[in-house]
Ligand binder design. Structure first.
Ligand code: SIN
Length: 290
């Protein structure tokens, strides 16, 4: 392997050291993609990608995906600044509850990539939950019940109704626009999705975007989905990215959910984010025959 790799958790995530993301050989590129397929969350230490470099690096993994409803950098339409200023206190922040990015879209983005630029002295970590291992850990009976199901996802937090924490002021530094009628639309996706690179089934739901099970009311769905959210977030399925200066973090939205911990009021935090590729979620099991 042309770099050092150390696992973060027993089933999820790896730290990569000893490569420069701006200057990858073909062997580096192939080894990095193989590591990504296996570990699904990678942290490349000691990187300093400017926005142009980040776009070039991201394009190795597929076409850049322009994020809806979030204002990008003025001169880089494919890059958003995930920023909270020191004076933004007691506000809700971008991505602070479990989610896979834009999972409510017909073809949600596959990969997300974050370059650290400015970090608080402590806190501001990013958590990931392993949706493949969480699925594997379910009983055979539960797997059989869930496998044929679809779940409805909606972008309601960008829609016309108030988000659940709508009473709380939103951060001002990430310019998110709301009030979009099309964001209220619910779309059905398989509850058990295939992570193609590993061939593993993964649970595909999150408390941020999943509204209910297809064909059921939100109330009827609540106990099953509530159980799954609790299950996914069990400590043994999660890892924690404690940011270091120069970290470049990337994850596969088909196989993990993530959240940004909002615990660093009084400090500035700035990351640049790109998203890459998109696809209609592929069911892990044949939904008609199950
Ligand atoms: C996100 O991309 O959802 C935010 C992640 C973070 O700020 O750590």
């Amino acid at each position: 392997m042309p770099f050092d790799l150390s696992p973060i958790g027993p089933t999820l995530g790896a730290i990569i050291e000893g490569i420069d993301a701006r200057d990858l050989s073909d062997a580096d590129d192939a080894a990095l993609k193989a590591a990504f397929a296996e570990h699904r969350v990678l942290v490349l230490r000691d990187q300093s990608l400017g926005a142009d470099d980040q776009v070039t690096f991201s394009a190795r993994f597929g076409p850049l995906y322009r994020m809806p409803y979030v204002k990008p950098l003025a001169d880089h339409p494919d890059v958003i600044a995930v920023l909270k200023e020191a004076d933004e206190v007691k506000v809700s922040t971008f991505g602070s509850w479990w989610h896979a990015d834009f999972s409510y879209l017909e073809e949600p983005p596959v990969y997300s990539i974050l370059q650290a630029h400015e970090l608080p002295p402590a806190g501001g970590d990013t958590l990931f939950a392993d949706l493949c291992t969480a699925y594997d850990a379910l009983s055979d009976g539960m797997k059989a019940m869930l496998s044929p199901l679809k779940v409805m996802h909606s972008g309601h937090i960008y829609g016309t109704k108030l988000a659940p924490d709508g009473e709380k002021a939103r951060m001002r530094s990430v310019e998110v626009s709301t009030g979009h009628v099309e964001a209220d639309v619910e779309r059905a996706h398989p509850l058990v999705r295939l992570h193609q690179p590993s061939g593993r089934p993964a649970l595909f739901c999150s408390p941020t975007y999943t509204t209910r099970l297809e064909g059921m009311t939100a109330t009827e769905s609540a106990s099953i989905l509530g159980y799954l959210y609790e299950h996914i977030a069990r400590p043994e399925f999660t890892i924690r990215q404690r940011w270091q200066a120069g970290d470049l973090l990337m994850w596969d939205n088909r196989a993990v959910v993530h959240l940004a911990v909002n615990d660093y009021d009084g400090h500035r935090r700035l990351l640049h984010r790109t998203t890459v590729a998109s696809e209609r979620p592929v069911p892990a099991f044949n939904q008609e025959d199950s």
